[in-house]
Design a protein around this ligand. Sequence first.
Ligand SMILES: [Zn+2]
Length: 286
Amino acid sequence: MSQAKERPILFSAPMVRAILEGRKTVTRRPVKGGQIPRLEYPDSPEPWVAVGQHHPRYGFVVHGRTEQECAVKVGELGACPFGEPGDRLWVREAWTADAQLDGISPRNLSQGEPILYQADGSVRQTGCAMISQGRGRPSIHMPRWASRILLEITAVRVERLQDISEDQAEAEGVGFLRHIPDADETLTAAQLFECLWSSINGDESWSSNPWVWVVEFKAIDTDPAGCDYHGSHFGALYPDAQCVDGFLWDEDSCDVPGGPLMSGGDIPCPKCNAGAYTEHQREANQ
Ligand SMILES: [Zn+2]
């Protein structure tokens, strides 16, 4: 079995809210490039081919007697660019740091900075409080440490966009469209999904009925209140580390009692982030 991997994925504000409310458990993304089945060998018993890829440099050819069979095999052979079942996706969403940091690029922000999530306006405090809300920052620039939503992939497959069922459309999180002003109450979930898809990708993208990756997922609890881990990790003989969102912070790096923790965030928590911790220890011992 291959090792579980972690990749970023972008979601819009309505989709972030749907995930947080448990109404979104699947996303569809276009199949791209060589992974789209094409008729390559018309005279062969398996005329349809597509390229699968597990490694950035080495691909493999997937054959099929029909276009459908070829597409299904692309999904089954684990070539999904978003990952395989068991892999994790960390969500990038629109965010804001404190106004006094507006000139600082994301990579230079301290990992202890509070983050405001634009989708629902909630603020994650890690010791220090947000004093005034800064400029909006696009989801693509969200660093890993600022992400608050972690998903585990439960299934992937390839299918035609328009093959979506009512249940699947509902699981895409389309429900919010029923609550916008002048919403058409007669639309089915699949029709709402069509509206949503077209608004993002264009009408043409819906009518062309492309092959899509269907990525099903479940949210993993990363609530800091859910982990009470304390241990000795920063050189002290007593427990000097506490877990914040799955990573350890040095309790001695605090200027005032109860104040912000100034250093940490690099060591995964052995309790709630055990897989990453093991990997971190292995690298540290090399
Ligand atoms: Zn923890």
